[in-house]
Design a binder for this molecule. Structure first.
Ligand code: ZN
Ligand code: ZN
Length: 125
């Protein structure tokens, strides 16, 4: 089984996934733009495959039923999850070490900031 690990910028939070991870989705919605300063690039894993350690994880309720997990020391955005879903989105930039994940598509492109273009030829939604 594939094991993937990640952490926040200050190292207070570590996560581990034992199992498959989804292709990365780049989300350009206004919430992701505000929290990241640009856009989110997130993979995802089943909750049952994900272990999170560290006591500095805070959850921000960004919209009804959706929460964004971040380190309350260094501010790193790490997770996104929705009530009733069996998976958690995990920010791809937090992965430590080599991995085979690739960006598969862009979503909420109509909400993206005007100061960058998407030129990679991947599907846009
Ligand atoms: Zn941190
Ligand atoms: Zn988004």
């Amino acid at each position: 089984m594939v094991e993937t690990k990640g952490s926040c910028a200050c190292g207070s939070i570590h996560w581990q996934v034992i199992g498959p991870m989804r292709d990365i989705i780049a989300c350009h919605c206004s919430q992701c733009r505000k929290q990241s300063g640009l856009y989110f690039a997130a993979t995802a894993a089943e909750n049952s495959d994900l272990t999170i350690s560290g006591d500095t994880l805070s959850w921000y309720v960004s919209s009804e039923g959706s929460q964004r997990g971040f380190c309350n020391v260094c501010g790193s955005a790490l997770f996104w999850k929705q009530d009733g879903k069996t998976f958690t989105s995990i920010m791809a930039g937090s992965i430590d070490g080599p991995h085979d994940l690739k960006i598969g598509k862009h979503i909420h492109v109509s909400d993206k900031a005007s100061f960058y273009e998407i030129n990679d030829g991947l599907p846009q939604e």
